[in-house]
Design a protein around this ligand. Structure first.
Ligand code: 5GP
Ligand code: ZN
Length: 135
């Protein structure tokens, strides 16, 4: 799928990989506008364009190196932990901690993953429906 290049300098931390065909890489690079919620050197959080709850934020590593939760957990456990810490910080910052919230990492076709640049959905702000129901 597409060419993967390694970039350094202003567009990401050293060693950050980017795929020109990836929508989230374009968002990280500022080529596609997004509504920022939080950012660190290695993580970016922004509002989902098609919210599925009152609050719906995507939390992604800046690097394209990992397609899904399993890959990032194996490949860079520190970054995986930072992704989850940032997801929790987003929930706290959005006022979701008291009422509760859901962190979702879809993996593969059956889960409906459409962007193969690992991302955590943070959903909340209202009671959420059940999950895991077959279509
Ligand atoms: P997935 O289905 O892969 O778990 O989640 C991908 C998410 O990315 C979807 O919830 C979708 O609405 C969101 N998304 C796709 N394109 C864009 C975009 O251009 N901007 C933003 N903010 N979200 C997007
Ligand atoms: Zn990407």
């Amino acid at each position: 799928m597409g060419q993967t290049i390694t970039v350094s300098g202003e567009s990401g931390a050293p060693g950050t990989t980017s795929d020109p065909d990836c929508i989230f890489c374009s968002i990280v690079a500022g080529k596609i506008p997004s509504a920022a919620v939080r950012e660190t050197e290695r993580i970016y959080a922004f509002r989902d364009i098609a919210p599925q709850a009152a609050v719906h934020v995507l939390v992604i590593p800046r690097t394209h190196a990992y397609a899904d939760a399993g890959e990032i957990a194996s490949g860079d456990p520190d970054l995986a932990a930072e992704l989850l810490r940032e997801a929790a910080a987003v929930a706290e910052g959005e006022g979701l901690a008291e009422g509760g919230y859901r962190i979702v990492l879809n993996t593969g076709d059956h889960a409906g993953q459409t962007v193969y640049h690992v991302h955590a959905h943070v959903l909340g702000g209202e009671p959420l429906g059940r999950f895991g129901t077959p279509e």
